[in-house]
Design a protein around this ligand. Structure first.
Ligand code: ZN
Length: 351
């Protein structure tokens, strides 16, 4: 069991309430495992950087970060992670041999090779999109789980959406009185759009661990919205943080922060654009609710979190009244772990 420094959620806030969940966000930096817990290594892999922390009964220590390895052989990323775990252990004063488990929350998509996760992320593997993408490698995949398993006794690799979901079910807004919810989803609205899904108490993984890529579901035929995955007109291409910058800079809003600032200052055009974004995200939430019959969805990510008081009522309004037998009583809330969801994601896989 994990010691938590805050009272568990008891809120039964519904879709139809306008208030936010209580903001009792716990801090990753001051988090500790219970006394006697062996140290675990927590690894976050993103398209641009990787981060490693060691967590044990003394807390979170030895944070190291580096740009994600994209040169050399296809095992370069796996070797980088092993090296960084060593550096993190040294900084934390923990012998590498004492690391009981390694949790890895990684950007997707994944492919499985003999049961081991390899990354097929278009922003890491140059062999996915070809030379036009400009990456300094021709990898079809980046080896990850196999080299880690050769170096450590216990390794768990999951999509970062699943890590965040597990963290929210453990310590955040997707638990009630410390009990993880059985039917729930986590959605990140950040640079990209990702989800983690849980039905009947089972976290959904799918044939290659890619369940939850709902951000790449098609919503419109829109020629100005090209996603990093190659799709034109999917959710991520239209509303993700990088899409807001790409689509609306020509309209005078260079990034999400500028768009929201304009709307708050009374700019009707900016406000209308935000309403359009919410219509798309709201429909994705509705699609998740009617597909999975979840009881609560928590939303995090920098775009959402910084503007949650503005966005949450709009998202609820999109869902409200549609197919009431399925949506009534389903709660849409802000992430209980706030911007720390990502940090807790890898820990939730091994703690
Ligand atoms: Zn996409």
């Amino acid at each position: 069991m994990i010691t938590v420094a805050f009272a568990p959620l008891t809120s039964t806030e519904s879709l139809f309430m306008t208030s936010n969940l209580p903001s009792r966000v716990i801090s990753f930096d001051t988090f500790q495992l219970p006394a006697g817990s062996p140290p675990v290594a927590c690894v976050d892999i993103g398209g641009t950087k990787v981060a490693v922390n060691i967590v044990d009964e003394h807390g979170v220590r030895g944070k190291v970060t580096e740009p994600t390895a994209t040169t050399g052989n296809p095992d370069a990323l796996g070797r980088q992670i092993i090296r960084l775990i060593g550096q993190s252990c040294a900084a934390a004063g923990v012998p590498v041999a004492r690391i009981a488990r390694v949790g890895v929350a990684a950007c997707g998509p994944f492919v499985l090779n003999q049961g081991h996760v390899e990354l097929a992320a278009p922003n890491i593997c140059g062999g996915q999109a070809g030379p036009a993408r400009g990456l300094p490698n021709d990898w079809k995949t980046a080896l990850l789980e196999a080299p880690l398993r050769a170096a450590f006794p216990q390794v768990r690799v999951e999509n970062d959406g699943i890590g965040a979901l597990e963290a929210e079910r453990r310590w955040g807004a997707l638990q009630v009185d410390g009990v993880p919810m059985a039917h729930c989803a986590y959605v990140t609205w950040s640079t990209g759009i990702g989800t983690g899904l849980c039905v009947d108490g089972h976290v959904l993984r799918g044939k290659n661990g890619n369940a939850g890529h709902a951000g790449h579901s098609f919503v419109v035929s829109n020629n100005d919205a090209l996603c990093g995955c190659g799709n034109v007109g999917d959710v991520e291409s239209l509303i993700a943080g990088n899409a807001i910058a790409r689509r609306f800079a020509p309209l005078g809003y260079p990034d999400a922060a500028a768009l929201f600032a304009a709307a708050y200052a009374g700019d009707a055009k900016a406000a209308a654009l935000i309403d359009e974004l919410c219509e798309i995200m709201g429909r994705m939430l509705y699609d998740l609710i009617v597909t999975l019959d979840v009881q609560r969805i928590s939303i995090g990510g920098s775009v959402f979190w910084h503007h949650r008081d503005h966005l949450l009522p709009k998202l609820r309004a999109v869902v409200r009244g549609k197919m009431p037998p399925l949506t009534e009583g389903c709660e849409i809330v802000a992430a209980g772990l706030g911007l720390g969801v990502g940090d807790f994601g890898a820990l939730a896989l091994v703690a």
